[in-house]
Design a protein around this ligand. Structure first.
Ligand code: GTP
Ligand code: MG
Length: 197
């Protein structure tokens, strides 16, 4: 009986993992979201507010929030960090007091944008220090690898001093949102992390 209950509990409560997709404007966040969803490149315009889509990978459900990255919008990223009731209403309604949900951050970096990598770094560490994201795992996409003179994932990793991050699981993946290359590997890492929670 206990086992059945535990299975049902995990079925209802661990099915959906909240993901926020952040990064500077023009990094390729919206392009990545719709590659995940439809396996194709959609025409995008700068996101004002957010797009939200559910992506299912091997029975793991991710609710992905793609947030606009323009400078004026960055201060509102933190309004997307919590809102647990949107993620697991079953849990919110039936288990008062249990509000802890799995969360992922996908940070998308335009690998050609050397000038603004310092700003991406600043935003990354600001997020990691945020109370509501203390348990979040971070996937960094080094996007636009098709472009000449782009930085490699190793270069970006070094610049962002990822190896110094000890209190969050992290992973960096090079990718090209136009072809979809690298995106599956990133999702696989997230799926394996989701299984650990
Ligand atoms: P905001 O909504 O303003 O925050 O931007 P965003 O991060 O959502 O960027 P978006 O997905 O709209 O992409 C911006 C531009 O980059 C578009 O013209 C995309 O086609 C282009 N782009 C996205 N990914 C790639 C890539 O891997 N390679 C190349 N060459 N272009 C890309
Ligand atoms: Mg966008």
């Amino acid at each position: 009986m206990g086992l059945i209950f535990a299975k049902l509990w995990s079925y209802f409560c661990n099915q959906e993992h909240k993901v926020i997709i952040v990064g500077l404007d023009n990094a390729g966040k919206t392009t990545i979201l719709y590659q995940f969803l439809m396996n194709e490149v959609v025409h995008t315009s700068p996101t004002i507010g957010s797009n939200v889509e559910e992506i299912v990978v091997k029975n793991t459900h991710f609710l992905m929030w793609d947030i606009g990255g323009q400078e004026s919008l960055r201060s509102s990223w933190n309004t997307y960090y919590s809102n647990t009731e949107l993620v697991c209403s079953f849990r919110a309604q039936t288990a008062a007091g249990v509000t802890d949900v799995s969360r992922f951050i996908i940070l998308v970096v335009d690998s050609t944008d050397r000038e603004r990598l310092a700003i991406s770094k600043e935003e990354l560490y600001r997020m990691l220090a945020h109370e509501d994201l203390r348990k979040a795992a971070v996937l960094i996409f080094a996007n636009k690898q098709d472009m000449k003179d782009c930085m490699s994932a190793a270069e970006i990793s070094k610049y962002l001093t990822l190896s110094s991050i000890k209190d969050h699981p992290w992973h960096i993946q090079s990718c090209c949102a136009l072809t979809g290359e690298g995106l599956c590997q990133g999702l696989e890492w997230m799926t394996s992390r989701a299984g650990l929670r």
